[in-house]
Ligand binder design. Structure first.
Ligand code: MSP
Length: 665
């Protein structure tokens, strides 16, 4: 094993939904880098995984009616899940971590405790806006129109006990790391951090690192009503997966610190500010680099499940082949910037770069080798200066390719490889082998031309191999390249006429795609997805409505009514004008009242405790909008209020100055 080591990671993805092309983009890029480093003789550790705790997962599982663990198991290990996707896409990760793995959970508890014992985690009060029905805390900036961003209801000021990490203590060191070193790349990301998240003069606020409002997380073992904040839990995956604070693995000394964490731009702040601060707190070495790549949009819009424009890497890999998709992703979009994915661009790239340039070069060259030499390109030949041009370009391209790869500029690196491919195609046009073949005397020259073509293709295949591993292998096989000639050590162009090849012809590497027909098909798939999304949206709305109704009903049943409900009851002051017993009843009194704008008759069962004289002239409270009822043949247009005291009733009297008809709340 080499002593050159390289540790590279992707973010660990949330298994709250199936992964999409954005996740695949990051993983493919990281994979290409891992393969490139292996090719250069490094002992590589490539880690990916899933970040499985937190409120969102808990909610999703509830929606699906399963436990959070069962929910994430399905998305990670289930059919067409995360592991299947990476297998399909030829991702060469050496390890896969799940934050629900026992060894990781136990390690996080130890890490939290160590930071607490050190005094870098302390107990405090978290103040925020709280939505009662959602049981969620929000910051002011998360609110939408001052209301809960999830359900749109009112929020209230609330506080809860929480643990905080003393990020403030490390602000200066973090600022130094960001501004005076190459830790964070590309450089433009440094400005984003310094302008938006860390103020190098004003410092950094302490970070809340525990939650009590949900339970799907790593419990703080010395205070179990708290779970560890999901980012603290997640970031340490990069070390627990090597054996930090656990016995499951034993590679920490060998691979830590990481050479590079590859992450999307939106999570750079966690990796470039809090992650180094956590490590500083534990006196651990910092990773060497964080690379914040750009985002892929689709047709100029952010991909989102509710819009139904989330692109499925499974579907694309199955349709066009994994290598074509991997190539498209890394060739088309400069890694550090945002990119706009369109189906037209995808098909155009496959047709132009892969079917035309690369595919044709390989099939034309091997077909001619077969036709003119039966695939036997033996020793001998006739050298011409044009061959040196091809070699010179190959040498130049290899150098530039390496520089670009070191800087994660995959599109530039692939551009270089394709410069060689184009040059080789041009070399065919310049040498016109079909003309040479007409005259036996030109045979030695024709042999040289064929060998130079094979050599250019071999070099190009080495360069594209980290991005298109299967394609590179097929090309090597077709050219009959021995193992030693497939490695990066052998990347330099050999023009010697002594080398020989035994080629075969193979099926086209990348069949041309009928653009119009294919776009129609893809649009259909997209339309279906949009309809699905609309349906799901409606279903979710209905479910929310139902849940709200259920909540209202529960409230009703629990005896609580809203102010609106109460206001429906129209209580008014009334002056008693007259009261007489109802015939044939020893309970009822028939009472005439003045309601301000009208006189009314009400019948009340208070005869046992009140005689007419007790009432006449008094001011009472009447429910004015009660449905009229007939009692013992007499109409009652309202009800007076009285307290039930044991086996008697006590009528509520108002002071005389309250005018008849006055509304009472
Ligand atoms: N779980 C956290 C990461 C924890 S790492 C210690 C997380 N997960 S995620 O599932 O949301 O994945 C985020 C990453 O997926 C992004 O940082 C990026 O690499 C990739 N992408 C997700 N959507 C993307 C695009 N639309 N475009 C490009 N990449 C994006 O954040």
């Amino acid at each position: 094993m080499s002593d050159k080591k390289f540790y590279i990671t992707t973010p660990i993805y949330y298994p709250s939904e199936k992964l999409h092309i954005g996740h695949a983009y990051c993983t493919v890029a990281t994979d290409a880098m891992a393969r490139y480093k292996r090719m250069q003789g490094y002992d590589v550790m490539f880690l990916t995984g899933t970040d499985e705790h937190g409120q969102k997962i808990e909610d999703k599982a509830k929606e699906a009616g399963v436990t959070p663990q069962a929910y994430v198991d399905g998305i990670v290990d289930g059919p067409k899940g995360v592991r299947d996707l990476w297998k399909l896409m030829n991702i060469s990760n050496d390890r896969f971590i799940r934050t629900t793995d026992d060894y990781h959970v136990a390690a996080i508890q130890k890490i939290f405790k160590a930071m607490y014992d050190k005094g870098d985690i302390y107990k405090g009060t978290y103040k925020g806006k709280y939505c009662k029905p959602c049981e969620s805390f929000w910051t002011e900036s998360q609110l939408v129109d001052g209301k809960c961003p999830d359900c749109g209801r009112e929020v209230v000021d609330a506080e809860e006990e929480a643990y905080f990490f003393r990020a403030s203590k490390y602000a200066d060191r973090i600022c130094d790391l960001l501004t005076n070193t190459d830790f964070l790349q590309p450089r433009s990301r440094v400005n984003e951090m310094v302008n938006n998240f860390i103020n190098c003069e004003g410092g950094l606020q302490d970070l809340c690192v525990s939650r009590t409002t949900f339970s799907w997380g790593v419990p703080v073992d010395f205070d179990p009503k708290h779970v560890v904040y999901v980012w603290l839990d997640a970031l340490f995956n990069y070390m627990t997966a090597l054996g930090y604070q656990n016995d499951k693995y034993n590679d920490l000394d060998k691979f830590w610190p990481a050479d590079i964490h590859v992450v999307g731009k939106e999570i750079v702040r966690f990796h470039a500010i809090y992650w180094p601060a956590f490590l500083m707190s534990l006196d651990l070495p910092l990773p060497k680099k964080v690379y914040g790549h750009g985002w892929l949009n689709f047709n100029g819009e952010k991909m989102s499940k509710s819009k139904g424009n989330v692109i499925d890497p499974y579907m694309l890999s199955e349709r066009y082949g994994v290598d074509a998709l991997r190539f498209f992703l890394l060739r088309t979009f400069p890694f550090g910037s945002d990119g706009n994915f369109t189906n037209e661009l995808l098909i155009q790239t496959i047709n132009t770069d892969l079917a035309n340039d690369l595919g044709n070069l390989v099939s034309r060259s091997t077909a001619m080798s077969d036709r003119y030499f039966g695939g036997d390109l033996t020793t001998g030949g006739k050298h011409e200066p044009l061959d040196d041009e091809l070699k010179a370009l190959a040498d130049e391209v290899v150098g530039k390719y390496e520089t670009a790869m070191e800087q994660m500029q995959f599109s530039v690196a692939l551009g270089e490889a394709f410069r060689l491919i184009s040059r080789a195609n041009k070399y065919i046009d310049e040498t016109t082998p079909w003309t040479l073949a007409k005259d036996e005397a030109n045979k030695p020259r024709l042999l040289s031309v064929m060998k130079n073509l094979c050599e250019a293709i071999r070099v190009a295949a080495i360069l594209i191999s980290p991005v298109m591993p299967s394609t590179a292998q097929s090309i090597f096989d077709t050219l009959g390249v021995p193992e030693a000639g497939r490695t990066f050590e052998a990347v330099s162009y050999e023009s010697g006429d002594d080398c020989f090849w035994k080629t075969t012809t193979a099926a086209p590497l990348f069949p041309r795609i009928d653009m119009e027909k294919e776009i129609d098909e893809l649009n259909k798939i997209l339309d279906d997805a949009k309809k699905e999304a609309e349906k799901a949206q409606k279903k979710a709305e209905k479910a929310a409505e139902k849940a709200e109704k259920k909540a209202d009903k529960a409230e009703e049943e629990s005896g609580i009514i809203s102010i609106d409900d109460f206001m429906k009851v129209e209580l008014r002051a009334a002056k008693v004008l007259e009261a007489v017993p109802v015939e044939k009843s020893d309970k009822l009194l028939k009472i005439q009242v003045d309601m301000g704008t009208e006189h009314r008759q009400i019948v009340s069962g208070i005869r046992a405790w009140y005689s007419p004289e007790d009432l006449i002239g008094k001011t009472i409270v009447v429910v004015a909008n009660l449905k009229p009822a007939k009692l013992r043949g007499e109409m009652s247009n309202g009800m007076l209020l009285a307290a039930d005291i044991g086996d008697a009733a006590s009528v509520i009297f108002l002071p005389d100055e309250v005018p008849a008809g006055q509304r009472i709340h």
